[in-house]
Write a protein that binds this ligand. Structure first.
Ligand code: FES
Length: 151
């Protein structure tokens, strides 16, 4: 009974392959859910409007997708950000200061100009978040630049 469904599914995928014309270098999701950025509950702000304005003004939108997301899950850590590309996702937490968002913007501009996601600035090394059971402690997907400032 199961096999006919599987072959029907495969035929469907052949006929309607999932492709997009909107290919990007990476995808940055900035959480603004129930906790992140909820200043009414005493949480640190997320500069959402500034991020959206800068992302647009710097011409990043078509190369590095910016999404202001709902809750990403680990609410006990303030201000969660994920950065994804074809290799996977790097989670960051504790992005609570404006200078960190500015550094993310500068990293995104440099990555756009380089045509690939560059190593994250070293200041984010301590912001790595591991939200999954059984994750190793070896860090994320992206190598961090030593003391080099990416701008
Ligand atoms: S609101 Fe950001 S992780 Fe839940």
């Amino acid at each position: 009974m199961g096999k006919p469904c599987r072959s029907r599914e495969l035929r469907y995928m052949d006929k309607f392959p999932l492709t997009t014309k909107r290919l990007v270098l990476g995808h940055v999701s900035v959480c603004q859910g129930c906790c992140c950025g909820n200043t009414a509950n005493g949480k640190p702000a997320v500069p959402v409007e500034w991020l959206k304005k800068e992302w647009r003004a710097r011409g990043l939108l078509k190369r590095i997708q910016l999404t202001i997301s709902g809750c990403l899950g680990p609410c006990d850590i303030p201000n969660v950000v994920t950065i994804s590309n074809e290799s996977g996702t790097q989670w960051l937490g504790g992005i609570t200061e404006f200078r960190q968002y500015r550094a993310l913007l500068e990293w995104a501009i440099a990555s756009r100009d380089a045509g690939e996601l560059l190593p994250l600035p070293s200041q984010f090394r301590e912001q790595c978040l591991h939200p999954f059971c059984n994750s190793d402690s070896g860090g994320g997907l992206f190598l961090f630049s030593g003391n080099r400032v990416i701008s």
